[in-house]
Structure formats: C-alpha cells, structure tokens
Write a protein that binds this ligand. Sequence first.
Ligand SMILES: NC(=O)c1ccc[n+]([C@@H]2O[C@H](COP(=O)([O-])OP(=O)(O)OC[C@H]3O[C@@H](n4cnc5c(N)ncnc54)[C@H](OP(=O)(O)O)[C@@H]3O)[C@@H](O)[C@H]2O)c1
Length: 340
Amino acid sequence: MEAIAVFEALPASDPNCFKEIKVETPVPTGQDILVRIDAISINPVDSKERLGIVERLDEPLILGWDTCGEVIAIGADVKRFKPGDMVISAGEITRPGCYAQYQLLDERIVGHKPESLTCEEAATLPLTTLVAWEALFDRLEISRNDTERPALLIIGAAGGLGSMAIQFARQFSNCTIIATASRPESQKWCTDLGAHHVVDHFGDLAAQLKAIGHETVPYILNCSDNLPYWQIMSELVAPEGAICLVASTKAKLDLDLYMAKSVRINYELMFTRSLFGTDKMPLQGALLDKLSDMISQGTIRHVMTENFGPMTAGTLAKAHAHIEKGRMLGKMALSGIQPA
Ligand SMILES: NC(=O)c1ccc[n+]([C@@H]2O[C@H](COP(=O)([O-])OP(=O)(O)OC[C@H]3O[C@@H](n4cnc5c(N)ncnc54)[C@H](OP(=O)(O)O)[C@@H]3O)[C@@H](O)[C@H]2O)c1
C-alpha cells in the first residue's frame, strides 16, 4: 500500500518533510479491523510527534490519528464490525497511523461513521470528541444532572478540542460556559457553538470574568499550554474546584499554588485507555457510536472548517504548517491517498 511517512523532525516548509513510500498492507488478526482510509483530520499531536523525533529514523514513521473509512477485512475475534461498514476512530499513539491507504484499528476504539456526514466531516470528530468528553465528564466530573449553574472556563476554546468541549458542555451539562478566544472570528465561532460568554485570552482574564459576574469558576478546561496560565488559573479557580490539563509541560510547575484552595488537578490524555489496554478502552468505541446518534439527532455538529484535498506529501506539509500556527477554528480534513 501507499503511505506517507516522516523520518526526521524537519520543518513543515522543508520539501523532504514527508516522504511518499510503499509498505506491506497489514493483515488484521484478533480484535483488529483493516480500514481503507477515505479521510483524515490533523491534530496538534501530529505535529508534536513529528517534531519530537530526536534522531533520524531507520524505519518510516506513519503518523495520523483521526480517521474515517471502510472496513475491508476483520480479525477472527471482531464482533462489532463487518466488511463494508463505514467507521471512525482516533487510533492509538503506539501504532502506525492513518497517513496511508489502509490502517489496522482495534475494534474497541472504533465507532460507526455518522451517516449524514461526508468522510472528511466525520474524520474531524473522533479524537476531539474522546478528549473533550473524558475531560469534562471523567476528569472534571461535571454533573450531567446539575440543578445549579456552575461556571466552566474553557481556555483556547475555538480550536478542535474546545469546539467539541463547548458543544458537549452545552448539551450535556447545566454549566455556564465561558470560552476564551482572541479574534472576532474565533469569538463568534465559540458563541455559535454554544458558549454563553466569550473573553479574550490575551486580555486581563480576571477583570473580564469579574465583569460578567464570576470572580472564580469551579471548573477550568485548559486547551492551551499550561505554563502561561498556571498562575492565573490558580487565581480564577474556586476553592475545591477542578482543573483539567491536556498539554504536556516541560517546565516545572508549582503545584503548591493550588493547595490553599484544595484544587483537584487532572490530566487528560485521550490515548491512555488504549496505551495501557485498560478495561475502559471499549468506552471509547461506545462513545463514538453515541456521537453518531448525537449527529443524526442534530444535538452535536461537525466542526470541519477547511479541506486540504487528497493526502500527498505536499498537502500534509501544508496541513502541518497550518496547525502549527495555532489559529485553527474547529478542524481541518484531508481526503484519502488517491491510488496511483
Ligand atoms: N491530551 C489529549 O488527549 C489531547 C487531545 C487533543 C488535543 N490536545 C492538546 O490540546 C491542545 C489544543 O488542541 P486543539 O486541537 O484544540 O488545538 P488547535 O485547534 O490548534 O487550537 C487552536 C486554538 O488555540 C487558540 N490559541 C492560540 N494561542 C492561544 C493562547 N496563547 N492561549 C489560549 N488559546 C490560544 C486559538 O484561539 P484564537 O485564534 O482565538 O487566539 C485557536 O482557536 C493542544 O496542545 C493539543 O496537543 C491534547
């Protein structure tokens, strides 16, 4: 099969950043399904993994996680899918990714594609659905039956992750959603997705929250880097509140800032369940199936804003350069590799 790989941490502007290669088409065994990749989406993790390569690799590294395509073959133990089914998945961090014609996926982390969406639209959904849902309801433990209206601050809310977090919080909690976005178009995007208030993360956050009646908030989901927000989050979080972090931080952070308020600090990594094969792994496949129902019912909408066309070394380089600017509204998609 054809695939597009990286070997070293070249900048996206380098013409050798991605290489078009040929590798053996994998064969599914056990709980794996073989999926023909019809569309993919790009996340910051794609770029972080590329730039994280330390020494030139001898073997090609096939990146890419968000995927949509058709089941072509199944392993002997597969129960939920059959050839011909259209599926979506966010893949696993340790396995070859979706910058290829075909990919093996463990059926426990795969869901059925929402029927009403194109493959490109559907491919923008799985990864950010899983991380947004787990962040809000498993890590922050936001109640889905709250009679009060606790405030949820989502920092960096107009990107891929925030776009799903706003929608889930609006549809499945009673939270007052305060999104941060810095540009008129990203501010409007957050309001259109369901944020009750939008404040500018490059302005004085404490003053802006106070102006809308919130000195502190019980819940914070930080979709941006931790270090720039470490001090201000400790001021804005309510006593006994909770914070969810999704980005890794190389710098040392002073945890004691949060001690006086007894704040619960949580990490969310969407890959944890598959990385450790935990018994919660099948919840991810089930959540993606539930997402398809939400899309059919119109409760949640896809967030594709850009389509870079069929995957090639060139279009992937453009897509990586684009996400590295840190100015996404929602998500971008690419179509599958066109057979030669
Ligand atoms: N742990 C996990 O499982 C997991 C999963 C998914 C994502 N993540 C991480 O979550 C982060 C966000 O992912 P994403 O997909 O939402 O990224 P994204 O789509 O690239 O985010 C783009 C958004 O970031 C905002 N932004 C830029 N600079 C900012 C700043 N200084 N402060 C606050 N917001 C800023 C921009 O808003 P404006 O244009 O309005 O400024 C833009 O809308 C990334 O670090 C990603 O690696 C982790």
